[in-house]
Ligand binder design. Sequence first.
Ligand code: NAP
Length: 277
Amino acid sequence: MLGVIGHPIGHSLSPRMHNAAFAADGIDAGGADYVYVAMDVRPDRLPAAVAGLAALGFTGFNVTMPHKETILQLVDELDDAARLAGAVNTVVAGEGGLLRGLNTDGSGFVEACEEVGVSFTGRRVLILGAGGAAAAIAVAVLAEGASRLYIANRTPRKAEELCAKLSEVACGAEVLVCPFDKVEDSAAEAEILINATYLGMKEGDPLPLPTESLSLEKIVCDAVYLAGGETALIRQAREAGARVVPGRRMLLYQGVQAQRIWTGREPNVEVMSDALC
Ligand code: NAP
């Protein structure tokens, strides 16, 4: 048994994505041994729900809004990505019900970039946002060898706090805060531009990056994904000739990585991708 806990949860695409891969694998390959369910858990019921999932023998589960941060107190161990991001999106239940909290958002993001030939080694990167997704991406991008990382956030204090935390994993890279309302210079200097704010989720949101920064030479990535197609950022970046990595590919690969960890097998990425369309 696998699943996802959140509140609300009806919109989650994860059951469709994971169950499609299990069904495609068939009984002989062990795929049909798994089932993945969406579970609506109110914030005040989170401790009881987590204890219940461990007691029921779940192999693991995903965690989404609003529990990604609260769950930190309820697991026994954290990987570096979850600890530094301050957010868990994947839990693995081990022997004796021991719960390990992981974060596959950053490593999933990197895998989505690799899919289109984008590498971070020696690259200058700008991340907009300083929440859970931005932090997980920042940790992964530094681990991949980015040479300079700019963080711009609406609330500057949070960008500063994230930069301070990242010094632990910077591996010699420069990590700098830049003003959210004046990102032009760092957007011009960076080769890879990443939106990890909420901007783009709602109709009428302003573009998170200046249009002048979207050009042929840039790689533009959006953590935001929409039910009904591309975000305005991805559309405009594509039109400007930039290479793009949409949020839906990040969603796919954070799921691929979680499934790999839970089952110990290589998931059927194509089937999972089709299930998200
Ligand atoms: P979070 O921890 O709540 O952080 C939200 C971030 O967005 C903060 O940096 C916040 O800035 C910023 N923000 C919110 N409203 C804003 C606005 N109107 N203008 C400018 N900045 C704004 O959320 P999260 O978990 O990091 O998620 C961020 C986005 O990534 C969401 O759209 C989420 O759906 C997406 N995401 C996608 C995937 C995927 O698999 N594709 C995975 C995880 C998250 P302040 O600090 O100033 O509030």
